[in-house]
Write a protein that binds this ligand. Structure first.
Ligand code: JFZ
Length: 450
């Protein structure tokens, strides 16, 4: 068994979490190479919108938002959505949370408007997390938001519609590990203090569980048309390569345009998903870093440790400069509100993108094979974008580039050319943006990094 700590990027592109995320430290994954299939023209066509999109919003929302990280007056360690196992809560105490979940303030159009104002091009929302609770109108189980809550509504159906109106790709997260299904058993079965992760497939039940997944995925695909399905929780003991392949083939049989991440495991899937970590210089192939905006995925009332807008903008740039996407998480509360500090930060990112989005959307990674002392770079044919996070005090920017620079200007002031001499750019004393200012270079053909 390969533990996450020894799972290096070399043979596995599920990177271990290096931050204090209390989940990553204890997971273990099967020892299989996580190689993503090489690009073909078919795959290129399928991935096209996602490669352009660059920025997505992750939404972890479920009945775990009711306790919000606290059980019987005590703080439970770990992210909010893990409370059932970290709090050793038996099902007969956890499941009734559904009856308390009444998100009367949920407004799909408001969420989609926030997402659009943040500049995200796709959202990925939990359709079912590890607790097994379904956030959509499924016929496969009554443990779902329409049947089991006093609210009786389907937020995914509403969000799906709202996303289309706001020009956002609607995508769903789906957990393979399931603490509710009879087809998986807890790690430590106990009537009073069960520990669920990793669960075990009940011997002989793989086919039944795969069929259950297919029922739900079929409902999602035909009813909500997600552009992408984001699997997770595949570290269940007994989850097999054949199961992973069967699910992938089923999805593509229904809709070959659906993108699937790599967390079905066993090398099945379309792109890599480093978590809470942005690989320096990027990664080979398609990849997306998912990250919390504070320290939890699901809502946790005590977690006020929000990353600054400046950190988040820089993270987005770092991902894109490395050729990847940034999937930034929000954790709405039990009333259906995205916490105000999270909205504030999303809008700050959106304001930056409004001016500088041309350096992000539709670009590819840095042409330079070195770290730039002043920041980051992205490119489009004929153009290099420099995202300058360390504005030079002397106003001089040395760019390690062998091309003729035909024109150089600030993205915030496109009508005024900057003075250049060879590959040296002369900047104004003051940066147009306190976080990252974009310098655009128009060049003669393909970049020639020095
Ligand atoms: C998983 C979930 O357990 C978590 O609740 C959240 O949904 C997150 C997006 O994904 O957590 C993981 C998954 C993979 C690793 C670490 C935490 N990993 O590969 O290091």
């Amino acid at each position: 068994m390969l533990t996450l700590a020894s799972c290096t990027a070399q043979h596995c592109n599920l990177n271990p979490s290096t931050e204090s995320d209390a989940v990553g430290d204890r997971l273990s994954l099967p020892a299989v190479p996580m190689v993503i299939a090489p690009s073909t023209s078919e795959k290129d066509a399928k991935m096209a919108w996602w490669r352009q999109a660059k920025f997505g919003m992750f939404i972890h929302w479920g009945i775990y938002a009711v306790p919000g990280g606290e059980w019987k007056g005590k703080d439970v360690r770990g992210p909010g959505e893990w409370i059932q196992t970290r709090g050793r809560i038996p099902g007969d105490q956890y499941d009734p949370l559904a009856a308390q979940f009444d998100p009367v303030d949920f407004n799909a159009d408001q969420w989609a408007s926030i997402a659009q104002a943040a500049g995200v091009k796709y959202i990925v929302i939990t359709s079912k997390h590890h607790d097994g609770f379904c956030m959509f109108d499924t016929h496969a189980t009554n443990f779902n938001i329409v049947a089991a809550t006093p609210w009786h509504q389907d937020p995914l159906a509403q969000l799906d519609v709202a996303c289309r109106l706001h020009d956002i790709h609607f995508c769903t997260y789906y957990s393979i590990m399931d603490w509710h299904t009879p087809d998986q058993s807890p790690k430590i079965p106990s009537a009073t203090a069960p520990e669920f992760s990793p669960t075990n497939m009940v011997p002989g039940k793989n086919d039944a569980y795969v069929a259950y997944m297919k029922t739900e995925l079929g409902e999602l695909i035909t009813g909500y048309h997600p552009s992408l399905i984001w699997f997770d929780g595949g570290w269940v003991h007994g989850w097999t390569a054949a199961d992973a392949r069967s699910i992938y083939d089923y999805i593509h049989g229904l809709d070959p345009s659906i993108i699937v991440n790599n967390r079905l495991l066993y090398g099945v899937g379309d792109y890599g998903t480093p978590e809470q970590k942005i690989p320096n210089g990027g990664m080979k192939g398609d990849w997306e870093t998912c990250m919390t905006i504070n320290g939890t995925w699901g809502y946790m009332s005590r977690d006020k440790d929000f990353k600054s807008a400046s950190t988040l903008i820089t993270n987005l740039i770092k991902c894109v400069s490395g050729g990847g996407n940034y999937l930034l998480n929000v954790g709405p509360d039990a009333l259906g509100r995205i916490p105000e500090p999270e909205v504030e930060r999303l809008l700050a990112i959106g304001a930056w993108l409004k001016v500088n989005g041309d350096a992000i959307y539709g670009t590819t990674g840095s042409p330079f094979n070195q770290v730039l002392p002043f920041g980051y770079a992205t490119q489009k044919p004929g153009k290099i974008f420099l995202e300058v996070t360390q504005w030079p005090a002397n106003g001089i920017l040395h760019v390690p580039l062998g091309n003729t620079i035909e024109n150089a200007y600030l993205m915030a002031d496109p009508d005024n050319s900057l003075q250049t001499k060879g590959s040296t750019i002369y900047l104004p004393a003051k940066a147009p943006d306190p976080v990252a200012s974009v310098v655009v270079l128009q060049i003669d053909g393909a970049p020639k990094p020095l």
